[in-house]
Ligand binder design. Structure first.
Ligand SMILES: Nc1ncnc2c1ncn2[C@@H]1O[C@H](COP(=O)(O)OP(=O)(O)OP(=O)(O)O)[C@@H](O)[C@H]1O
Ligand SMILES: [Mg+2]
Length: 62
């Protein structure tokens, strides 16, 4: 079964991206297949928390 976990708040550095990265890592470590998408169309930066390049500028699919 697929589960979608939306993580959202207003813009402003409350920790959405860091939380998403850590949650994704934790689920992957448990053997889950994880697709993380940073839908901040203007300044997605999830890739920076994971130390990888963003191959899709504007959004971040990992
Ligand atoms: N629990 C925490 N403890 C300490 N620092 C934190 C914590 N959560 C986030 N930070 C730091 O706060 C800053 C903003 O976090 P983050 O980028 O995850 O916020 P965001 O909600 O995604 O922001 P934005 O709305 O701009 O996308 C980062 O430098 C991050 O390392
Ligand atoms: Mg963010």
């Amino acid at each position: 079964m697929n589960t979608i976990i939306p993580i959202a708040s207003g813009k402003g550095g409350v920790g959405k991206t860091i939380f998403t990265a850590n949650l994704g890592i934790a689920l992957a470590n448990k053997g889950k297949t994880v697709i993380a998408i940073d839908l901040d169309l203007g300044s997605s930066n999830l890739h920076t928390c994971l130390g990888i390049k963003n191959r899709h500028p504007g959004t971040c699919f990992i």
